[in-house]
Design a protein around this ligand. Structure first.
Ligand code: NAD
Length: 431
């Protein structure tokens, strides 16, 4: 099939490369010409495991091309995906300007029947808005489909190639049949393709992210409760996770969720619920708990270390989660800002996100070449992201590098017993 994907970010680039990998001809379009030039040279501007190889292979085999020219991509394609950003507006709602402007540009370039697929995360009713925008600009026939994306950064290719399910919101059979044909190679293992109305498809994406964010905030509250009244959140987590009705995933407490999706999608859902006359009370709490949780590490550090002025603090992990360089809404940002404001010297290390971090903090902090390098002369270490390489460090080497053996662990990578035996003062979450 001939496809265009507009927006070559985490979602669009992965989707484009994976569709090409399954034999389709894909043109990826972006209005960021520097990004397109890089991709044309076979360089991937983001860190996502396996993506560069996948892109290179499909470019070499001629199935994947990159362009800034949207009209030609539209003319040459049967199905056009919109995968541009839907950032948070000032009032928390999803900003649809990029989605609607791409829809308008697609309409202007149409030369026959097209399926216009919204892959960006958008509030209920957006497919109707896209439909209206396109209808105003063209007399050609078209269908609008809502096909939300559920991939996780860090495992995006695996998630796209072997999805748990594919959700398709479509209002007509012609578009439904084309979408079923397109996705059939990805669901051979038996994952369902769920066809539904567009509103349900749009809402499914928000409900999934909101549920996951709710589990995280719930467990963070349980952890805080352990600290207040006693109990070890790790035991509690295992005890409740073994109940099959609950399950084990997304029960890890930490220093707050971040990323480009959960914070903005929770906000947007609160907003479009309110616009529809419904007050989604749980989600407001999920959001409030998360904001507070992002301050927990700093509060603990102040309590244990007293004044932070002039102290050297090592930070392990800057990205919002492991296996990505993405720092959008990362808990490391408010933590480091608080440390710097309190007069601490921050020495940070992240395996992938250092160059992104330089754009945020500039020379207000220093960037270490390795996790051990970050520990030199440190009065304390704070762990913010659970990169695998932080899980089994050489504790005696750490102790000799640090000025004081103090660890604040926002991800519960170690056990309190293990840290005591290794000679550290250790402060984690909910234990
Ligand atoms: P991103 O910011 O990484 O990428 C968006 C891309 O769109 C950028 O390259 C930008 O240059 C391009 N763009 C913006 N306006 C454009 C225009 N008018 N014409 C052409 N290109 C344009 O965003 P992302 O993380 O890939 O997310 C895209 C959408 O998918 C969002 O709605 C997001 O909520 C959703 N989503 C993201 C994830 C994720 O893990 N990142 C997962 C599922 C869904």
């Amino acid at each position: 099939m001939k496809l265009a994907v507009v927006g070559t970010g985490y979602v669009g680039l992965v989707a484009g490369a994976c569709f090409a990998e399954s034999g389709n001809d894909v043109i990826c379009v972006d209005n960021n010409s520097a990004k397109i030039r890089m991709l044309q040279k076979g360089k991937v501007p983001i860190y996502e495991p396996g993506l560069e190889e996948l892109v290179r292979r499909n470019v070499q085999e001629g199935r994947l091309t990159f362009s800034t020219a949207l009209p030609k991509a539209v003319r040459d394609s049967q199905i056009i995906f919109i995968a541009v950003g839907t950032p948070q507006d000032e009032d928390g709602s999803a900003d649809l300007q990029h989605v609607l402007s791409v829809a308008r540009d697609i309409a202007k370039a149409m030369n026959g029947y097209k399926v216009i697929v919204d892959k960006s995360t958008v509030p209920v009713g957006t497919s109707r808005k896209v439909h209206d925008v396109v209808r105003r600009e063209t007399t050609h026939p078209f269908s609008v489909v809502s096909n939300p994306e559920f991939l996780k950064q860090g495992a995006a290719i695996e998630d796209f190639m072997k999805p748990d399910r594919v959700v398709i919101g479509a209002e007509d059979q012609r578009a439904t049949d084309l979408m079923l044909e397109l996705y059939s190679p990805f669901t051979r293992t038996g994952a369902p393709i769920m066809v539904m109305d567009c509103a349900s498809a749009e809402l499914s994406k928000y409900a999934a992210n909101a549920m996951l964010a709710t589990r995280i905030s719930f467990m963070n509250e349980v952890a805080n409760l352990c600290e207040a009244v006693g109990g070890d959140v790790d035991h509690v987590r295992k005890a409740i996770g073994s109940d099959r009705r609950i399950g084990t995933s997304f029960l890890f407490p930490g220093c707050g969720y971040g990323g480009s999706c959960f914070p903005k999608d929770v906000q947007a859902m609160i907003r479009f619920a309110a616009d529809g006359g419904y007050q989604f009370r749980i989600l407001q709490s999920v959001e409030d708990v998360n904001k507070k949780q992002k301050t927990q590490l700093f509060t603990k550090m102040k309590k244990q270390l007293g004044s932070l002025k002039g102290k050297t603090i090592a930070v392990w992990g800057l990205s919002f989660k492991p296996k990505t360089d993405d720092m959008r809404e990362a808990p490391s940002i408010p933590l480091i800002e608080s440390l710097v404001a309190a007069g601490a010297r921050v020495q940070a290390y992240d395996p992938e996100a250092t160059s992104v971090a330089k754009g945020i903090f500039g020379d207000r902090i220093s960037y270490a070449a390795s996790n051990y390098d970050a520990l030199k002369g440190a009065d304390a270490l704070v762990i913010v992201t659970e990169w695998n390489e932080f899980r089994r460090p050489d504790f005696s080497r750490m102790r000799t590098l640090m000025r004081a053996p103090v660890v604040f662990d926002g991800r519960n990578l170690f056990t309190p017993d293990q840290m005591k035996q290794s000679g550290f003062s250790y402060y984690s979450i909910g234990r």
